[in-house]
Structure formats: structure tokens, C-alpha cells
Design a protein around this ligand. Structure first.
Ligand code: AMP
Length: 421
């Protein structure tokens, strides 16, 4: 039984009088940043949130927002490393009576980008888990080292506290081999662990479940196409709560057109750039991950700015928008075919939640598939999950705000709640 479902009256007196540990700190550690949120899992409410940026620079910035009342606090001062960053975060939390030494803190949940094929579920971190995350660095050279640094720092600060790794890849480990494997030599693929892992998994898990809830159905009864459209973007096909295909692959480069990533293209482009363009591996890596996608096509990666330029008649912005939508439509069609029956399409993340013209253009012309968008409903803004398809539509089209921190906290608490009850 988990802590949040255990009735207080069933507990022995000595346990009942102790404060119940119901808080979870969620940490998302990047190479030079740490994002955090403190949640109370009795109701999923947020107690504090913040961000440390430019770690290791002279102008490191910490922005802390207490969410139970009070103003945001910001400081710009050198923060040498992740240890100093986490200590600064702990000091800010302590000012609001939410210190990391509080007995009410149940666990720390860490976002870890790559769990390979090993981690199919959230996992309590011990030495063997750390070693396996380290072993996966070759397939996630940018992200896993930063995640590890964050975990090790947090473990040094609170060695007694359960620390849980929640993997971006885990939700996609249910993909069948037919979707997960590239059609390349099996021996070579296996030797280098080359396969499609997928990312944004906590978001796809959260949004597909929230979409079922919006429809008033159980997740196992619903087939959903989730379109996570942020600066990074990915689509997934979710059958009865389980992912059966997703657009990102070995790395987050595959799939949709993104803010700065190309998404799908003929891999021979790379050989051509090497042989004919004289470019190095690192230069091509930077080109495709940082200088392509919307920014490569039109010089902007913010959809607000692109739409503004489109409305002013800018041809480059129009072409970038059209390429973005064309790719999106291809994935909607492909995942419709993969699922066979689709109950809902859910738009989420920065672009998906906010850009009505993207939603309208992506669904336009798909009436034969039972898909349509009601322009009045599509124009409504809000923070709650909502339907934007006409009342009589065969397939629901929805806007479902994602909440990766709540998902990480929920998975973390579900795992440690047992020992906490
Ligand atoms: P995310 O990665 O989910 O934080 O999404 C960030 C992206 O969302 C930005 O780069 C913008 O392109 C897009 N975005 C955010 N707000 C809006 C908005 N109001 N309208 C259109 N696009 C938006």
C-alpha cells in the first residue's frame, strides 16, 4: 500500500504522530543548469520551483519562486559547480521552511535522459544503477553525464534519502522490435546498441493518460497520438496506455522538424557533407542539432515570431512553417495507420499548447480520417486539458498541457511510498 492511499487511522500511534513524508523534490540537471520543483504528493501541489543557470560562470543565476506565497527571489553571483548549486537551492528552500533536511521530504526524483533497454521503470538509485547510467553515456553523451552529476551531488547532500531515477526513454521500452529496430545489420546494431529509444517519455506517458481521463475512459481503452511540440518535438502512438511507436530514435535528432534539429532526412546527406562539403563529424552534429529545423530554415525557432512573420507575408517563414506542418501531418497519418483505430490526438508542450495555427494546419484536410478542429474551440486559451474538435467528431482532438515534473514526482512517490507508509 502506498503512503497516499493509507488511511491515517490504520497507522500505529507512533507513526501517526510523526510528520508524514509527502514531499518530493524533482531535479532536472543539465550540464550548466539545474531546474527544480518541490511538490506535496497529498494533492500534487507545488510548494516551490526554480532554476540555476550558467553554473561555472561568473554570472550564474538562481531564480527561486516560493509557490505558497511570497515573491520570487533572484541572485546573480558565481556558482562554481553542481554541489554549490544544490546547496544554494537548499538554502533558498530553507528560507521558506522547506529545507532538504525536513522529515517531510520523502524522496528526490531525478530526470535521467537515457535509460537504454535496461531501465523500463523508475528505479531507486544505488551504486549499480549509477554504474549502468554511466555505461549508457556513449548513447547519451550530452545528457547522462550531467544527470549523473546532479544525482551524485544530491546523494552526497542527503545520503539517507531515497533517490529515484525517472528515465525519458522508459515509456518507449514497450515499443515492439518492428518499431524499435533500424533496418541495418543486426550484429553491428547490437554491438553498438543502435536502436530507436525515443525521448520525452514522461511527457508522452502523462499526456496520454490525461487524454484518456479527458475522454472519461481508462487508459487501457484508448488509442492516442501524442504530439509533443516544444523546442524539441516528438510524436508517439500509444495503444491502450502503452507506447507502440515514437518519432525520436537513437538520439532526439530523428522525427519531426524541431526548433533547431532537422528531424528525418536521408542519412546520405551526412556522407555528402563529409565527402563533398569537407565537414567534420562535429560540425555536422552541430549543423543538424543546433542550426537546422526552424532556425536553419528561416532564422527563427520561436513559433510566435515565425507566425508573426508569416502574417506579414515573409516567404522564408512561410516555407519553414509549411515544412514543419508537412512533417507533422506525415506522422499523424503514419501513426493512424500503426494504431488502426485512433480515439484522440493530443497536442502538448510550448507550441502544441499555445499555437492554434499549428494545430489547425496540422489537422486541416484530414476529415476523411474523422479529424477536424473547431476554430472557436481552438482559439480558446487555458491551462486545463480541453477538446478542440467539433462535438460530433469521430476522433477527439485535444490540447493537453504536459507536466513532466508532476509525472516524475508521481512515479517517484509511487515507488518510495511503500516504505514510507
Ligand atoms: P517548450 O520546449 O515546450 O518549452 O516550448 C518552447 C517553444 O514553444 C518556444 O520555442 C516557442 O516556439 C513555443 N511557444 C511558446 N509560447 C508560444 C505561443 N504563445 N505561441 C506559439 N508558440 C509558443
Amino acid at each position: 500500500m502506498t503512503a497516499h492511499s493509507s488511511p491515517a487511522t490504520a497507522l500505529p500511534d507512533e507513526v501517526r504522530s510523526a510528520p508524514l513524508a509527502t514531499r518530493v523534490l524533482v531535479l532536472n540537471s543539465g550540464s550548466s543548469s539545474v531546474k527544480y520543483q518541490l511538490l506535496d504528493m497529498r494533492d500534487g501541489s507545488r510548494l516551490a520551483a526554480g532554476l540555476v543557470e550558467r553554473i561555472g560562470e561568473e554570472t550564474s543565476r538562481l531564480k527561486h519562486t516560493p509557490l505558497t506565497g511570497g515573491e520570487s527571489r533572484e541572485q546573480i553571483a558565481p556558482i562554481a559547480d553542481h554541489e554549490a548549486a544544490l546547496k544554494a537551492v537548499a538554502a533558498e528552500l530553507a528560507k521558506d521552511g522547506l529545507g532538504l533536511d525536513s522529515p517531510e521530504l520523502a524522496a528526490i526524483g531525478h530526470r535521467v535522459v537515457h535509460g537504454g533497454q535496461t531501465f523500463t521503470d523508475p528505479t531507486v538509485i544505488d551504486d549499480s544503477v549509477l554504474a549502468e547510467i554511466e555505461r549508457l553515456i556513449p548513447v547519451a553523451p550530452l545528457h547522462n553525464p550531467a544527470n549523473l552529476t546532479g544525482i551524485r551531488t544530491a546523494m552526497a547532500l542527503r545520503p539517507d534519502l531515497p533517490q529515484v531515477a525517472v528515465f525519458d526513454t522508459a515509456f518507449h521500452t514497450t515499443m515492439p522490435e518492428s518499431a524499435a529496430r533500424y533496418a541495418i545489420d543486426v550484429k553491428t546494431a547490437d554491438e553498438h546498441r543502435i536502436r530507436r529509444y525515443g525521448f520525452h517519455g514522461t511527457s508522452h506517458a502523462y499526456v496520454s493518460r490525461a487524454t484518456a481521463e479527458l475522454l472519461g475512459k481508462a487508459p487501457q481503452d484508448v488509442n492516442v497520438i501524442v504530439l509533443h511540440l516544444g523546442n524539441g518535438a516528438s510524436a508517439s502512438a500509444v495503444r491502450g496506455g502503452r507506447c507502440v511507436d515514437t518519432s525520436m530514435g537513437l538520439t532526439p535528432l530523428e522525427g519531426l522538424v524541431m526548433g533547431t534539429r532537422s528531424g528525418d532526412m536521408d542519412p546520405a546527406v551526412i556522407f555528402h557533407l563529409m565527402r563533398v562539403g569537407g565537414m567534420s563529424t562535429d560540425e555536422i552534429d552541430t549543423l543538424l542539432n543546433k542550426k537546422s529545423g526552424l532556425i536553419g530554415l528561416c532564422g527563427d525557432n520561436d513559433m510566435r515570431e515565425i507566425r508573426r512573420r508569416v502574417d506579414e507575408g515573409d516567404e522564408r517563414a512561410r516555407l519553414a512553417f509549411d515544412i514543419y506542418i508537412h512533417r507533422l501531418k506525415k506522422y499523424i497519418g503514419a501513426y493512424y495507420a500503426v494504431l488502426g483505430r485512433v480515439d484522440a490526438i493530443a497536442f502538448t508542450a510550448g507550441v502544441g499548447e499555445n499555437a492554434a495555427p499549428v494545430r489547425e494546419a496540422a489537422i486541416a484536410g484530414l476529415e476523411e480520417l474523422g479529424l477536424a478542429v473547431d476554430s472557436d474551440l481552438n482559439a480558446v486559451r487555458g491551462d486545463e486539458p480541453r477538446l478542440i474538435s467539433p462535438r460530433d467528431a469521430r476522433v477527439a482532438v485535444a490540447v493537453v498541457p504536459t507536466d513532466e515534473e508532476l509525472e516524475i514526482a508521481t512515479q517517484t512517490y509511487a515507488l518510495v511510498g511503500e516504505s514510507n507508509a
